[in-house]
Design a protein around this ligand. Structure first.
Ligand SMILES: Cc1cc2nc3c(=O)[nH]c(=O)nc-3n(C[C@H](O)[C@H](O)[C@H](O)COP(=O)(O)O)c2cc1C
Length: 214
């Protein structure tokens, strides 16, 4: 039973592009058959607490002497890790907020990235998500193409590539929709057209990716 973990983090429940694109992916995934299940976690509508205790970054054997993190926080963390490890594909809606990921998504990352549990430490082989696909859907108000003055200002996608790809060993794909604020900010027609084109191709790419990975 291929299972998709579908995360969203946009604070826009009305017109979010990342939500529209992840929804297109999830719909295409479900259309592959009843055996294609989806575990949904809306990190904005149902936010996780910030990591309660630095000790929770480590499994018990690596925690500092005397550490005793809150048991409810630890139980929630275990639930989140189990949910992650039970997924075959992870889909992450990740709008760009202040040049990085939304804090709601960062709270999830802080809970699931544990050295020697979900990521290897000192050469151990603790990397249960290794090789599994992660599809990151980034939506950004501006444009961050190479060669533009804002190239390199996006610190969201690199973090997700580093944590999901580098640390957890997943095969990360990125679907991008840029210039999402072009209408609101009355950018030139060229920017608005590019934005619409990118949205259309992102929606198509999402469906294609779901069918390819499912
Ligand atoms: C709190 C906040 C911070 C934002 N910061 C940025 C930013 O740093 N750079 C940018 O290009 N757009 C920024 N935006 C615009 C969003 O990236 C844009 O609206 C995007 O489409 C949001 O994703 P969504 O459509 O899935 O909600 C910000 C929006 C919000 C609400």
């Amino acid at each position: 039973m291929p299972n998709l973990l579908h995360l969203d983090s946009s604070a826009d429940l009305g017109a979010s592009r990342s939500r529209a694109i992840t929804a297109a992916f999830a719909a295409a995934w479900r259309s592959l058959g009843d055996d294609h299940t989806v575990t949904r976690r809306d990190l904005h509508a149902d936010p996780l607490p910030h990591l309660a205790d630095a000790a929770l970054h480590w499994p018990p054997r690596l925690r500092p002497a005397g550490a005793s993190p809150d048991s409810a926080a630890e139980a929630l963390q275990q639930e989140l890790i189990a949910e992650l490890v039970a997924s075959d594909v992870v889909l992450v809606g990740a709008p760009l907020y202040n040049y990085t990921v939304p804090s709601t998504l960062k709270a999830w990352i802080d809970n699931v990235h544990l050295p020697s549990v979900t990521a290897p430490l000192d050469g151990d082989d603790q990397q249960p998500m290794a090789g599994r696909p992660a599809v990151v859907v980034t939506s950004r108000g501006g444009a961050y193409d190479a060669g533009t003055p804002t190239a390199g200002w996006d610190h969201a996608v690199p973090v997700l590539q580093q944590v999901l790809g580098g640390a957890l060993g997943m095969a990360v794909e990125v679907i991008t929709t840029d210039l999402t604020l072009s209408e609101l900010l009355a950018m030139p027609a060229e920017a608005r057209e590019k934005s619409e084109r990118e949205l259309a191709s992102a929606l198509t790419a999402a469906g294609d990716a779901a069918r390819r990975l499912g």
